[in-house]
Write a protein of this length. Sequence first.
Length: 301
Amino acid sequence: MRTKRLLPLLALSCWLAAPVAAQTASEAAPMPPAAEAAPLGDSAVEPAPAAEPAPMLMPMPMPEPAAPAPEPVTQAMPAPLPMPAPLPMPAPQAMPAPSSSPIEAPAAEPAQESEEELGGTCAMRDLCVGPVLSLGLINPIGLGAHARYGEKFGFGIDYQFIPTLSFGDASAGWSLFTLEARWYPFGSAFWLGGGFGYQRFSAEAQTTDSATGLLTRVEGSIGVPALKLGLGFMGREGLVFGIDLGFNIPVGSTNVEYSGTFGSDDQVAQLKVEVQDAADAGLGLLPFIPQLNLLRVGYLF
């Protein structure tokens, strides 16, 4: 029984190996030598055509083994992200009670004043100085220099006078020199001042003796020191205008001076006494010497 099974198997193996053996024998057989070329000529014999090779028996394809089934690819899934912790709920805030009063807009903050508004725009920052021309009464013409420091303080120096006036053989004139400090209580143009002044009166007279032809010329002056008080208005910087009123209160005694050509000593002594009495009497009538400056014009820089 076993021999009967082996015979068909052996016949199948020989049948399958026959084509492979034929191909191997054809490759191992020697190739016939090529015919030598005959010389060219009229009697050249054409070479015999080469014999066609015998058809080769193709082996039957062997059944290919079945490919193993692909294994399923398992892809690693990413780990799930942790859930965020819940945020705490904000505490409820109490609602403000409605107000019966109308809603007021927030007050606007006052604008900060710039450095130019506060000062510092003059040549010497907060100190502004410049010349001032004055026109007034009693001492009508004046020249001076005024200054203002910051918003609250200032000072002024003035020399005011009247030109010499002639009355026949006599002439007279007077002048006022003042130095005062000023305080601007509101930081504006209004000021109050106080200082010192010196009022001076001068006179000159001359006569000619008709009998002797002698010329007598007399000059005299009276100086009155005074305490000066005043008030007025004056700008701060640039082109400024002002007006003010001053009161010169005499302090101490008057000072009488003489010069010129006199007559006899008795006449000189008598003249001095008369002038001194007249000066004291005049100052006694006036408790102060006023000075009204109707217009001041200047430029402070």
